[in-house]
Design a protein around this ligand. Structure first.
Ligand code: NAD
Length: 341
């Protein structure tokens, strides 16, 4: 018996979706991650199809243009809604600012879940969603439940390593999801990162990421405090940074992301470029809020975390121009307070 037109249409679409990967959210991190993912996949399989989508259509068209300039034979298309991305691709990676955007991309009209529901069980079952956004754990879990209900697989896979790691393809992915979902997402994450860690069930990757950024957010402020105090005591910043970094106070915030220009003579942290690039202060405030909110709802005391959150908020209230600068620019706010005193 010949297959019906419906079955043929299904098989045709399944074959197209199977050889297609979509990336939604081409910002500072997403554009670098998508570039690594697509270029490595293209090198392995030149007939792979790539799809890009961003709320700012020019981000997607500029990405496509840059990608084609390096890989002229590649098949890469821009779509305008997450729904279209799901119709086109079986594998979808999302890298968005935070919870509201993830809710919008997955759960609202023209979103991922509507598309999965209309594709139906057989096609949904072959779909994989990797969300690398840093967002609220409960929002992520609830979105994952809705995606998994359609038969698809989903992991939360936030990253550590920043824009430099995204560009170099050396990110660490902290993955939350079932064993099965982790196993199928791991080979895809390997195109963009070096360390892929299964942290536990849905939401566990985000839990780990939020705890790590809580430590980082506090440390960056205290390093700024110590570097300012040291200079007021007459110390040369390079000598002071050298002492801290070879002593018990040393940490990433002091040895790689030191906030004082000319303190790390062999490195070029964002402070050497007027705090351009790096991890935006607004995003660090968002992560401190994620930590303090989840801590409040789990009765986990965060005396340092709450103070740090309030200091990032105060910094942006008084110096809103620092919002998109690297978060080590909190040093600028400390300096300003120090001058007033
Ligand atoms: P970004 O603001 O540069 O990029 C976000 C992108 O998402 C933008 O291009 C934006 O237009 C797009 N977007 C927003 N809403 C959308 C929607 N509804 N549909 C489609 N696209 C939409 O942010 P980023 O620096 O790339 O960070 C992304 C995530 O990674 C954040 O959760 C951040 O906390 C996390 N992160 C960032 C860094 C870093 O160093 N920048 C490091 C680790 C983790």
């Amino acid at each position: 018996m010949r297959p019906s037109a419906r079955v043929l249409q299904f098989l045709e679409r399944q074959a197209v979706r199977q050889k297609s990967t979509a990336f939604i959210g081409l910002g500072r991190m997403g554009s670098e991650m998508a570039f690594n993912l697509f270029s490595k996949k293209f090198a392995e399989s030149p007939d792979e199809h790539f799809i890009v989508c961003d709320a700012l259509p020019t981000s997607a068209t500029v990405f496509r243009r840059n990608f084609l300039a390096q890989f002229p034979g590649a098949q890469i298309d821009v779509v305008h809604t997450p729904e279209e991305a799901v119709y086109a691709s079986q594998t979808v990676v999302t890298m968005l600012p935070s919870s509201p955007q993830v809710k919008s991309v997955y759960s609202e009209a023209n979103g991922v879940i509507t598309a999965l529901q209309s594709l139906g069980g057989a096609e949904s079952a072959h779909s994989l969603f990797i969300d690398s956004t840093t967002l609220d754990v409960e929002v992520a879990r609830s979105v994952a439940v809705d995606v998994i209900k359609t038969g698809a697989q989903m992991v939360d896979a936030p990253v550590s390593g920043g824009v430099t790691g995204a560009k170099a393809g050396t990110l660490s992915f902290l993955v939350g999801g079932s064993e099965g979902a982790f196993n199928i997402s791991q080979p895809i994450l390997t195109y963009m990162g070096k360390r892929i860690i299964h942290c536990g069930p849905s939401g566990a990757g985000l839990g780990a990421k939020i705890c790590n950024n809580l430590v980082l957010g506090v440390q960056q402020i205290v390093v700024a405090e110590a570097m300012l105090l040291g200079q007021k005591l007459g110390l040369d910043p390079a000598i002071l940074a050298g002492v801290i970094n070879s002593s018990t106070g040393g940490c990433w915030a002091s040895s790689v992301n030191n906030p004082v220009p000319r303190s790390l003579l062999d490195k070029s942290p964002p402070c050497e470029r007027n705090y351009e690039g790096g991890f935006a202060t607004a995003l660090m405030l968002k992560d401190m809020l994620l930590a303090t909110d989840i801590a409040a709802s789990t009765d986990s005391p965060l005396p340092m975390g709450v103070s740090a959150r309030d200091f990032y908020a105060e910094t942006l209230k008084h110096q809103p121009d620092l919002a998109q600068k690297d978060f080590s620019s909190v040093y600028k706010h400390l300096e300003q307070i120090g001058r007033k005193d």
